[in-house]
Ligand binder design. Structure first.
Ligand SMILES: [Zn+2]
Length: 556
């Protein structure tokens, strides 16, 4: 699992890239402009001159104390197998020592000071092709031997790796002094430092990348949903076939009918008290059992069962990344919704309501005996495709943060710089937040909101879950409000978001009054920090799941 995650993170910037990249050595193949000859090009990066690396203190290698500062070159980028300056330096030193030459002698042979040879051997200076050739000659070898793939000693490899680590951003962020790589530093010590460095880096990347990846996947999925008006014909068809198979005649799907569906698919249902907390159901394919929690406050007991059946029907494998997980979740939820509120009976019901100008999410909820959220979801699935009404849907925590959102009516949700909606705070003047200040939580709340891109009508309702209160809102543009019950509301507010003066900045006078004397203590959002606790995609505790199955499996 961790390996797969590492793959998923691969596009992130490579750890070895120093802030400035002085040298790129490229060996062009037969396709080079030289007409087939093997040509070596040593390009000089413009940044080479400014390469005074803050992290690099002392010199790397035996000749410590020299060559302070210049960031070492990292070549061999873009998949090239040509050695970088550090590797090159190590090779030159190995060859020099093999020939029992001093740095002074080698320097004399190439017309350089001894200190310059050390700088080269430490990988701290770019080399021109002519210099490389002179070095090769002085060492009694040829260019290919210097640039070729002759392997380095383990010690040299370790020193190179440590030098690179010290030049990287992670080491710099730790604000540690540079560690001179002297002979007295044992191989074991270097290996330990490198292992710690790599693990720290892995953790950093995981932390930084997971929410990022999740938000990206959400944004992508929302675009796909918008493109199809949030209607999945193939899933509607699967739901219709399943319902036909158990002889369902339309209307609400009873708990008994849901059980019949499970039996039809060959599963027995087992309600248990000890379902692992990271799961909503567990399917045992060996014994054809579905385990469900006995008590799950605030949720429709049919939903978890239908979602488990949906995952089986759709043949979903374990998701390979967050995008996969999200797609699968959307599909199983969609299928569960399509079973609870079948298209074939919901569409005539809604069409009739539209004709009477009495469209209402509450009515849909009551007619099919589902949660408000399921009714709102189903409404967005069917409204554009079958009623010709573009809509938006938004689920918002009482803190104002968006947890789910969909639109094809041009509603502009708050977005972060990457275009993600989840976790962003909705304008306080929107219906989705105003509903929290309404005392009567049973009656539907309706509101017109004048937004920068036009006026919208919305209906909002609060649902309580184990992780807090959420408002679920469905809205549409002013022109379409005429089809809905509640269009005659007198609630009307203006939202100028994303203009910060709308609701994000306090009034200047108030801000001045309280400047420096208000000390709010923040509540950390634990779910954000613990996005994927074990680096897995789903966060499911696999140990707990296996133990659970062992505990409950019938004796074979
Ligand atoms: Zn606002």
């Amino acid at each position: 699992m961790n390996d797969r995650r590492a793959d998923a993170l691969a596009p992130l910037p490579a750890q070895t890239a120093p802030p400035s990249a002085p040298i790129t050595v490229q060996k062009s193949g037969p396709r080079g402009p030289g007409g087939g000859e093997n040509r070596t090009v040593i390009a000089r990066g413009a940044a080479a001159r400014e390469g005074v690396g803050a992290a690099a203190g002392e010199g790397v290698g035996a000749a410590a104390g020299e060559g302070v500062g210049a960031a070492a070159a990292v070549g061999g980028r873009a998949g090239s197998d040509v050695p970088d300056a550090l590797t090159l330096g190590k090779r030159i030193r190995a060859l020099r020592l093999a020939r029992r030459m001093t740095v002074g002698a080698l320097g004399a042979a190439i017309g350089r000071a001894a200190s310059q040879v050390s700088v080269i051997e430490n990988g701290k200076r770019e080399l021109k092709l002519a210099e490389l050739q002179r070095l090769a000659t002085a060492l009694g070898t040829d260019l290919d031997a210097l640039l070729g793939s002759a392997s380095l000693s383990r010690r040299d490899e370790l020193e190179i790796a440590l030098a690179r680590a010290q030049q990287g951003p992670l080491f710099a962020s730790l604000r540690l002094g540079a560690l001179p790589i002297r002979r007295s530093l044992s191989d074991d010590a270097i290996e330990t430092i490198l292992a710690l460095h790599d693990e720290l880096e892995r953790l950093h990347r995981e932390r930084a990348a997971t929410p990022e990846e999740a938000r990206r996947a959400n944004t992508e999925l929302r675009a796909q949903q918008r493109a199809r008006d949030n209607h999945y014909a193939e899933l509607e068809q699967i739901a219709a076939d399943l319902l036909a198979a158990i002889g369902h005649r339309g209307g609400p799907l009873s708990q008994r009918a849901a059980s019949e569906l499970a039996a039809h698919l060959g599963f027995s249902i087992h309600y248990v008290r000890d379902l692992p907390v990271t799961t909503r159901s567990i399917t045992d394919h060996r014994h054809h059992r579905i385990y469900l929690p006995i008590h799950q406050p605030g949720t429709d007991p049919r939903s978890a069962l239908l979602q488990a059946l949906g995952a089986h029907v759709l043949g979903q494998p374990e998701p390979s990344d967050y995008g996969d997980l999200l797609r699968q979740r959307v599909e199983t939820n969609y299928l569960a919704g399509a079973l609870l509120v079948p298209e074939s009976s919901a569409v005539p019901y809604l069409a009739k309501a539209k004709a009477a100008r009495e469209l209402s999410v509450e009515d849909l909820r009551d007619h099919f005996a589902v949660s408000y959220e399921t009714a709102a979801h189903r409404f967005t699935n069917l409204a554009t495709k079958h009623l010709g009404i573009p809509v938006h849907f938004i689920k918002v925590h009482s803190s104002g943060a968006i947890s789910k959102a969909y639109e094809n009516d041009g509603a502009k949700f708050p977005v972060d710089p990457l275009g993600s909606v989840e976790g962003q705070r909705v304008c306080r003047w929107w219906s989705a937040r105003q509903v929290f200040s309404v005392e009567d939580r049973l009656s539907p709340y309706h509101q017109y909101t004048d937004k920068p891109n036009g006026t919208y009508w919305c209906t909002s309702h609060i649902e309580s879950a184990s992780n807090g209160d959420f408002s679920v809102s469905v809205g549409t543009r002013f022109a379409e409000a005429k089809w809905f019950r509640g269009r005659d509301t007198s609630n009307r507010l203006e939202s100028r978001c994303p203009d910060p003066s709308c609701c994000r900045d306090p009034e200047p006078a108030l801000a001045a009054t309280w400047a420096g004397v208000a000390w709010p203590s923040a509540r950390l959002n634990s779910s954000l920090l613990a996005a994927m606790p074990d680096g897995s995609t789903t966060g499911v505790d696999k140990v707990a799941v296996v133990e659970f199955l062992e505990r409950h499996a019938p004796v074979d």
